[in-house]
Design a protein around this ligand. Sequence first.
Ligand code: GDP
Ligand code: MG
Length: 167
Amino acid sequence: RCGYVAIVGRPNVGKSTLLNHILGQKLAITSRKPQTTRHTLLGIKTEGETQAIYVDTPGLHKENEKALNRFMNKSATQALRDVDVVLFVVDRTRWTDEDQMVLEKVRYVTCPVLLVVNKVDRMDDKQELLPHLEWLAQQLSSAEVVPVSALQGRNIEELEKLVAERL
Ligand code: GDP
Ligand code: MG
């Protein structure tokens, strides 16, 4: 099995951290500062009979006047074409206008979508995952919800398994 896996989401949700963890090496630059990833990066993970080509995109965000932002939005949107699986990465508790914007694009893709809820390491017991997670999954034709910590590597193997099943 072989295919392309797009990693999309607003800036700072942990897309590059996730890719680095999957690949086991620092390919993508990660940073607290949004918009650290300026170009689309490809990372290939081969395991047994499965080869997944991950596409880390510059975050989709509100367009402003800057040409760079327009360029980054364009390449992020293009990453959604011709892929086999989409990982829609969101932060475990925070939902913003920019997430909404990404949702508007992701809901039109025809391939399977996995809703990756990142940064669960930051949660204490009382905190809830995004309250409208169920609604969100429904918006994506009942996308599977996968809680992970890209930083700590929690549940990433499970995520890779779910990806492999969809390639
Ligand atoms: P991107 O803009 O979506 O590519 O986000 P990055 O991968 O650059 O990460 C943005 C920030 O969130 C960095 O400071 C990361 O260290 C942090 N981060 C990413 N994943 C996690 C996680 O699972 N847990 C925590 N606590 N922080 C994370
Ligand atoms: Mg990044």
